[in-house]
Design a protein around this ligand. Structure first.
Ligand SMILES: [Fe+2]
Length: 425
């Protein structure tokens, strides 16, 4: 373990211990033993089954629902007690897979989140407020503070452990977090806390069932998405049978489009849609004869017409199969040019969706660096020079710049024969 990480974990643990002693010394635990046992038991059950949010890299533990309901009902010491003791998932004891540093960080992090937000809640008078708008706003404000402390501490430990810049890691975690899911969890905490206050422990089983149903639905959604991604991969492979070029081409364009979008600071959910559109961008070529796709000499008017139509056919097919409603339109415009001379609609500049402009850049780069029947592949340096040459006419100059920055990091990743594979493989 790095020395800097050791020092950080030591300071964090020390803070957690001081906070715990301070809170228990000056703030009474207002709950009785039965409340404590019920909350600890339910939090343990929920923590044992974390849910991976589809398309995100963060597993959201549902224990937050119970912990936060506990804070709302009984204040800071109760929050520390439940979060520090109960929100331990069985996985955390698997020291072969998870290093002890994870265990120490998680405990300290949860105690600090619950302790600080609990104290803030008590100081804002949350425990004595009647249920209403004012109370809900205080509860929401404190939940957001809890979230901010959590994201900041997680970003700090990742930045120190992996040697990354703190700010970039913080922004990454913020954009990866599903605020909707968080708000939903907050809302459930609020409902549980209020009904517990009114009706007592008897109310708990009523909530556990819907929580597990919600959890099951989220898992089901994840499975549906995986199946869908596999179907898309099969379709792309099928396209590859018609035209050996297109299958690898789609994967490389998808990877490059994703990385350009990330470089431009797009959110993860938007990046996922762009990747999907890039994978499917040439789907409209299905059914076009191989002789036409690989024809080295000049095309006839009729042949051009067929090529011209592939973005429109792609738009049509993807309307049926893409799970994102924006994707078909982006596919339609992936051959538009920045100066308005592209097809099928001759859109220009900003009127072309930015996602289509990104795919066009990635598509152009891949065409340049792959052997085609009508042209030999260019070297990376030649391709970069050519990109700068067409920048502002065929391609959006800002996106060309983002692409050049991506290539600066590791251009070999995007060349034909690279190891780019489907995400779920
Ligand atoms: Fe195309």
């Amino acid at each position: 373990m790095k020395t800097s990480l050791r020092i950080f974990l030591f300071i964090l643990s020390l803070l957690a211990i001081i906070l715990t002693i301070y809170t228990f010394k000056y703030y009474p635990v207002r709950a009785d033993l039965l409340d404590i046992l019920i909350f600890i038991a339910l939090t343990l059950v929920l923590e044992a089954f974390p849910v991976e949010i589809p398309g995100r890299q963060i597993a959201l533990s549902m224990g937050f629902i119970m912990t936060y309901a506990g804070i709302l009902l009984f204040g800071a010491p109760f929050g520390i007690l439940v979060n520090g003791l109960a929100s331990i998932s069985p996985e955390e004891f698997n020291f072969k897979r998870h290093h002890a540093k994870n265990f120490i960080f998680n405990r300290a992090n949860l105690v600090i989140c619950a302790g600080l937000s609990g104290l803030l809640y008590e100081h804002l008078g949350g425990l004595n407020l009647e249920f209403g708008w004012r109370y809900s706003l205080v509860a929401l404000f404190v939940a957001l503070i809890y979230w901010l402390i959590n994201v900041t501490l997680v970003s700090l430990v990742v930045a120190i452990d992996k040697g990354r810049a703190f700010l970039g890691t913080w922004v990454y975690h913020i954009s990866n977090m599903s605020i909707i899911t968080y708000l939903l969890h907050f809302f459930l905490s609020l409902v549980i806390a209020q009904s517990y206050k009114l009706l007592g422990p008897v109310v708990m089983p009523i909530y556990i069932v819907p929580i597990f149903i919600a959890r099951y639905l989220i898992i089901l959604l994840g499975e549906v998405n995986k199946t869908y991604d596999r179907a898309i991969s099969s379709l792309i492979k099928l396209l590859g049978i018609f035209d050996g070029y297109t299958s690898g081409h789609s994967l490389r364009v998808a990877q490059l489009s994703e990385d350009i979008a990330r470089e431009m600071g797009f959110s993860e959910s938007r990046i996922e849609k762009i990747r999907n559109a890039a994978m499917l961008h040439d789907l409209g070529k299905i059914g076009l004869p191989q002789s036409l796709l690989n024809k080295p000499d000049t095309l006839t008017y009729e042949e051009w017409d067929q090529i011209y139509r592939h973005p429109i056919v792609g738009e049509d097919i993807s309307r049926e199969i893409s799970r994102f409603k924006e994707v078909p339109v982006w596919i339609r415009h992936h051959h538009e040019r920045y100066n308005g001379t592209g097809y099928p609609d001759g859109l220009r500049g900003e009127s072309i969706p930015v996602e289509s402009r990104i795919i066009a850049c990635a598509d152009t780069f891949d065409a340049m660096t792959t052997d085609r029947p009508y042209s030999n592949r260019k070297s990376i340096e030649e391709a970069k020079a050519e990109l700068l040459n067409v920048s502002g006419r065929q391609l959006d100059p800002d996106i060309v710049n983002a692409l050049l920055r991506v290539l600066e990091k590791d251009s070999s990743l995007y060349l034909a024969g690279s190891k780019i594979k489907e995400k779920d493989e």
